[in-house]
Design a protein around this ligand. Structure first.
Ligand code: NAD
Ligand code: UDP
Ligand code: UDP
Length: 323
């Protein structure tokens, strides 16, 4: 048994050197747990966990989850996967392998240890949705052969594996469908809209609007998301998900650009560019299930979350100016 004390758990976080994973680790360490962070540093960076370098309850293991992993833990959060279109399309075969082989290995680990396992799934399982907002019962509208499919279908297959391990082996699973999340430690160059707009505004470069900017997204601040993760993990075995976690506030990309310009005081102009293939036109979570099951409701408004994210990118400005 890995447990040292009743309330202290040893927790594995895969993808822990990434944006969301590093915030999750901070919260779990604050709660007194011991963390094993497994990451191959493909899109994550040691900088995100540098502040934990000498922390007695933190360990970073450089490892690819497509390979078997033997550790002894009480809980697993499986976050390892590139998340932005630019990153996951860089090596699409590896993206599918990470979702599918990574899920099999982490589920095999959870099966051996008889421990709870959480999966970071995504709103992308709904594809370009024809139902709005999206409840968990909606099966989605996903192109199986497009340039986003390596991510969308990989995550869908990972959900299938989670539910089959649950049915076949009785695993205690928690599947969260995460909607667009933003905050400090986003990768400055991974092409996601919030980091793109903020960095462009701070550097006085044109704000790149894809298409006419009327497509919508719902943006959740990372602290709210992490709170949802921990509450979902703390539920009993009858709660499996899938459960939407996201902020239902819905904005067009033009509205987002206006907010970023106002917050930064930037004089950047808007530059309209082609809309990428299969780009979903609208996305907003129905979070009734999370509200009723977890008593969870995101608290950080977009303006406040953007302000905190702008402050973060300001601290990184000297590095960003030279790249
Ligand atoms: P991120 O790219 O910052 O973090 C992903 C981490 O996984 C990185 O540290 C990366 O190095 C690591 N990784 C990738 N492939 C790996 C492999 N084969 N083995 C080990 N480590 C590997 O992305 P993020 O935004 O922090 O996303 C975290 C998770 O949440 C992902 O699973 C993503 O699909 C999911 N998610 C995120 C969002 C969002 O808006 N941020 C939305 C939906 C779902
Ligand atoms: N696995 C792992 N760590 C463990 C146990 C299993 O990485 O502690 C991996 C192993 O690579 C295996 C996969 O998980 O192939 C699935 O395990 P499972 O027990 O479901 O299947 P099997 O071992 O029978 O293929
Ligand atoms: N987008 C944009 N300009 C950018 C980056 C993205 O207009 O510089 C748009 C993109 O086309 C999409 C939305 O913003 O409609 C969100 O893109 P992101 O890559 O952040 O997330 P996802 O498409 O995966 O939801």
């Amino acid at each position: 048994m890995a447990r040292l004390y009743d309330s202290r758990k040893r927790i594995l976080v895969t993808g822990g050197a990434g944006f969301v994973g590093s915030h999750l680790i901070d919260r779990l360490l604050e709660q007194g747990h011991e963390i094993i962070c497994v990451d191959n540093l493909f899109t994550g960076t040691k900088r995100n966990v540098d502040h934990l370098h000498n922390h007695a309850r933190f360990e970073l293991i450089r490892h690819d989850v497509t390979l078997p992993l033997y550790v002894e833990v009480d809980e697993i959060y499986n976050l390892a996967c590139p998340a932005s279109p630019v990153h996951y399309q860089h090596d699409p075969v590896q993206t599918t392998k990470t979702s599918v082989h990574g899920a099999i290995n982490m589920l095999g680990l959870a099966k051996r240890l008889k421990c709870k396992i959480f999966q970071a799934s995504t709103s992308e399982v709904y594809g370009d949705p024809s139902v709005h907002p999206q409840p968990e019962g909606y099966w989605g509208n996903v192109n199986p052969i497009g340039i986003r499919s390596c991510y969308d279908e990989g995550k869908r297959c990972a959900e299938t594996l989670f539910f089959d391990y649950h049915r076949q082996h009785g695993l205690d699973i928690k599947v969260a469908r995460i909607f667009n999340t933003y905050g400090p430690r986003m990768h400055h160059a991974d092409g996601r809209v919030v980091s793109n707009f903020i960095v462009q505004a701070l550097l006085g470069q044109p704000i790149t609007i894809y298409g006419d900017g009327q497509q919508t997204r719902s943006f959740c601040y990372v602290d709210d998301l992490v709170e949802g993760f921990i509450r979902l993990m703390d539920t009993g075995p009858d709660v499996t998900g899938p459960m939407n976690l996201g902020n239902p506030g819905e904005f067009t990309m033009l509205e987002l650009a206006e907010q970023v310009l106002a917050l930064t005081g930037s004089k950047s102009k808007l530059e309209f560019m082609d809309l990428p293939q299969d780009d979903p036109k609208q996305r907003r979570p129905d979070i009734t299930l999370a509200k009723t099951t977890l008593d969870w409701d995101p608290e950080v408004k977009l303006t406040e979350g953007l302000r905190r994210t702008v402050d973060y990118f300001k601290t990184r400005l000297p590095e960003l100016q030279v790249v």
